[in-house]
Structure formats: C-alpha cells, structure tokens
Design a protein around this ligand. Structure first.
Ligand code: SF4
Length: 332
C-alpha cells in the first residue's frame, strides 16, 4: 500500500471562508444579480458553499447543476400540498433528534447538526442547528451511545447528521473507539458529503482513522459527475475502508438525465465506488421544484440498465415514514 501524500490544506479554514452571500457568489460566477430577490428563507437556512465547490461551476451559467443545488430560490417560499418540514417524521418521533431507530438491527446517530454545504433539497434542513463548527460533541458521546449499549439487537451503527465528518479527527476517533467497544455492534456506516464537497477533508489523519481494523462502510453523497474532481479521486485511492458506496438524490434540472447519471455511475465504479441508492426526493418544504416524477425516474433507470453492468446500477428507492426498509420504486 502506498503512503498517503496529499496537500495538507486546512479544511476548517476552507469552511470558514465559504461563501454565504449571493452577490459574492454571483460576482465569482459572472452572473447578473439585477433581478435577484433574496428569499426570506435565507435567514433560516442560509446560502453556504465552499469556494472549491464553486470553482467546479461554469461561469455565466445560471443553470449550472452544482449551482442549482445550493442557490436559495424564491420557489422555496411556496407552500405545496404534500411537502412538509419533517417529511420522514424524524423530528416528531424523536425528542432528542440524535438517535433514530428506523430499521431492524440498525440505528442512526446524528452526531453533527450541520454540513459543509447547504443543499436546498435537504430533508433535514429544518432540523435545529447548533453553532456551526468548533462545536465539540465528544462530551456527549457516552450518553449518546447509551441506547445502543443497552439494546443488543443493534448490529450496525450509522453515523449521519448533518455531516459526521465535521467532527474533529480526535472526536471521530474517540466515537469509533466507543462504538467498537460495544460487543453486539458488528459494523459502522458513515454517511457523508464532505469528501466530495471538500476533498481536503480526507486528510492523512482521517484516512488513517477510517482504516480502523473494523468493518467501516463509507457512503458518499454525490449527485453529479461535475462534483468529482481530481483531488477527490486522488484521496479516494488512499482510502482503505472496506467498502465505499455512493448515494445520489434524483433532482430535476441537476441529474434527471440518463447521460448525466451514466457518467456519474460509470466513473464511480471505475474508482471502486459502488452506486448504492438513487433516492427519490424526500418531500421537504421548499424543495418541490427539484421533484422528478417517479415514472421518469423509473424510465431513467431502464435506460441505465441498458448501458451499465448490474453492479453499477443503484437501487432507485424512496423512504416512507414507518416502513421498515426503503421502498424500491417500480413502474406504475
Ligand atoms: S450534505 Fe446531506 S445532510 Fe448536509 S445539507 Fe446536503 S443533503 Fe443535507
């Protein structure tokens, strides 16, 4: 195995310099701001995008698929029937909002309340936020893990958020150590978008921590081939976790096109990342303009099946509150 040799750019500095103002974003992208009206939702869920992610956007293109994912729009204010602030009933079913037991044998730990990017379609966009960054969670780990310790039916712990890789390396290492000490836990899964949005997060230290001698599955959230930079691929090659999977949200105007999805999944399997899920949008308030009709999603899947090997085709699924597994979307 080759030694890890990556540029040590401080990812926290990158986050602290993220873009939070639309005029600055438009200036960088050489887009006119004249007819842009700030939607009031900005104050609840503001623009937040690292500069390196903006660097991947095309200048002068207001329909750039990466821009569409992060740009607050006036449409977010429109109330649409069937869309709510808690589409998966996670807030209403959990007073702590930190430990979610949705599926048999697995538990979801929300170890961070924030993310390295604010996706406008995020189904947890209305979750209460703590202070961004430099927020230590480690003092709470023992308490957080108690429900897992006392429930020996739990075999897999899924770290989610927000983004669990916003934890400091030392905090993450400590958390993994506590989890591994629970004898009935056999696997750990980490769901993150940070290595895609900010490849510098995959520091040599983090890569070493993820090489922990325990089955650790890393599930990376990525939606468009333009998100995948050489920086990301270089670091992916250094990851030694047993399996890297991907999940993608099907988004109107971003990736609802068989060529785009083909390019994404084809590149992923070339780099030993298995496409795991293609998610139907969770119907969160403010995201209706991203929704793709399931029939179209199914049609796109049919087209992909004609072009890619079976292991490169993700499962096209939808989460339905109360169901014990994600539901495969079939032709209506
Ligand atoms: S990275 Fe994931 S959790 Fe964070 S805002 Fe985007 S969709 Fe939501």
């Amino acid at each position: 195995m080759t030694d890890v040799k990556v540029t040590n750019v401080n990812w926290k500095n990158e986050l602290s310099q993220a873009i939070t103002e639309i005029p600055e974003l438009f200036r960088i992208l050489e887009l006119p701001t004249t007819d842009w009206e700030y939607p009031p939702v900005l104050y609840e869920y503001p623009l937040f995008v690292p500069r390196s992610f903006v660097d991947k956007m095309a200048k002068g293109d207001s329909n750039d698929p990466l821009l569409l994912q992060i740009l607050p729009r006036r449409e977010e204010q429109v109330l649409i029937s069937g869309f709510s602030c808690d589409p998966l009933h996670e807030l209403s079913n959990n007073s702590s909002c930190r430990v979610l037991k949705k599926y048999a044998g697995r538990v979801l730990l929300l170890v961070s309340n924030d993310c390295g990017i604010h996706c406008r379609f995020c189904f947890r966009r209305f979750f209460p936020k703590l202070n961004k960054f430099n927020k230590s969670y480690s003092d709470k780990f023992e308490t957080l893990l108690e429900p897992i310790r006392v429930d020996n039916t739990i075999e897999e712990v899924i770290l989610s958020g927000g983004d669990p890789l916003l934890l400091d390396d030392s905090e993450l290492e400590q958390l993994l150590y506590y989890i591994v000490k629970i004898s009935h836990v056999k696997r750990i899964r980490i769901h993150s978008r940070l290595p895609v949005v900010l490849p510098n997060r995959l520091t040599p230290e983090l890569i070493k921590i993820l090489s922990f001698p325990f089955p650790i599955y890393l599930v990376l959230h990525m939606n468009h081939p333009n998100e995948l930079s050489n920086d990301f691929w270089e670091r992916r090659e250094m990851l030694r976790v047993p399996v890297v999977l991907s999940q993608t949200v099907l988004l109107k105007g971003v990736n609802d096109d068989s060529d785009v999805l083909y390019q994404l999944f084809d590149q992923l399997v070339d780099h030993r990342i298995i496409p795991y899920y293609l998610h139907q949008l969770d119907r969160v308030h403010g995201a209706a303009h991203f929704e793709v009709p399931p029939d179209k999603g199914y049609y796109l899947m049919e087209q992909l099946r004609n072009r890619l090997p079976g292991y490169a085709i993700p499962r096209y699924v939808q989460e339905i509150p109360g169901m014990l597994s994600k539901q495969e979307i079939k032709q209506s």
